[in-house]
Design a binder for this molecule. Structure first.
Ligand SMILES: *Cc1c(COP(=O)(O)O)cnc(C)c1O
Length: 230
């Protein structure tokens, strides 16, 4: 079933990319496996997924350990932290995650840099931006994103690769478009400031209900849970 889901998803991604003239842009599918079993993750990997997303460090650590075998496909998995990260979990997070999508404060960036330095690692991160006004959500305000990026780029053991956002839950995918567009425009504006050499290529946006709209607005990484696993 996961295999069939992925076939359909890939078709939809190709169609959406062609429709907006992005046929040559690579778009990474991050399979968000929170609440799913290790068996389901293996199935996704067998179907050609190499990027696995989790939103809790504890759960990710458990699965990471179970999947750390000498199987070369499994060892090629890139682990993504897509959920809110507490500073007391940073040590474990730096140990297992290839990309942390949810950096939204200087304090968190500082903690990540410190642990990464201790581990001799250059930690890839994204800055999470709050593109909608929902009070309960994490993410830095768009107006403050440039400043946080500037500060994060000052740390030696962090590499800022781009921006991430979570669109609000709305009753039609089309309604999420303004939030995705806002993130891309913000990225372009910040990029023009030449704060970093890395290009801020990554735009992590779009989930099961709205990934096609996100691609039309420039997503390079879509985070899919239900569309893959159910
Ligand atoms: C769960 C989750 C996803 C995937 O959501 P679906 O709607 O199941 O595709 C994506 N991003 C984050 C941050 C999540 O927590």
């Amino acid at each position: 079933m996961i295999n069939d889901n992925l076939l359909r998803i890939r078709e939809r991604i190709v169609r959406a990319s062609k429709g907006c003239g992005r046929d040559n842009d690579p778009i990474t599918i991050v399979a968000v496996s929170k609440g799913r079993s290790v068996r389901e993750i293996r199935e996704a990997v067998d179907a050609g997924i190499f990027d696995i997303g989790e939103n809790r460090v504890q759960e990710a650590l458990l699965k990471y350990k179970q999947l750390s075998t000498d199987n070369c496909q499994l060892s090629a998995i890139k682990w993504h932290m897509v959920g809110h990260l507490q500073t007391n979990k940073v040590k474990d997070a730096v140990r297992i995650f290839d990309l942390i999508h949810s950096v939204d404060s200087l304090r968190l960036a500082e903690a990540i840099d410190k642990e990464a330095a201790g581990a001799g690692k250059l930690q890839d991160i994204l800055i999470e931006v709050k593109t909608s006004a929902e009070a309960e959500k994490y993410g830095v305000a768009p107006e403050a994103a440039g400043q946080l990026l500037r500060e994060a780029c000052g740390f030696k053991n962090i590499r800022v690769c781009g921006l991430m956002t979570i669109a609000p839950l709305l009753d039609s995918p089309e309604k999420t478009r303004p939030y995705f567009r806002k993130l891309r425009q913000l990225r372009d504006r910040i990029y023009d400031l030449r704060i970093t050499d890395y290009g801020l290529r990554v735009l992590s946006m779009g989930m099961s209900d709205d990934f096609e709209v996100a691609i039309e607005e420039g997503a390079t990484m879509v985070r899919l849970g239900r569309a893959i696993f159910s």
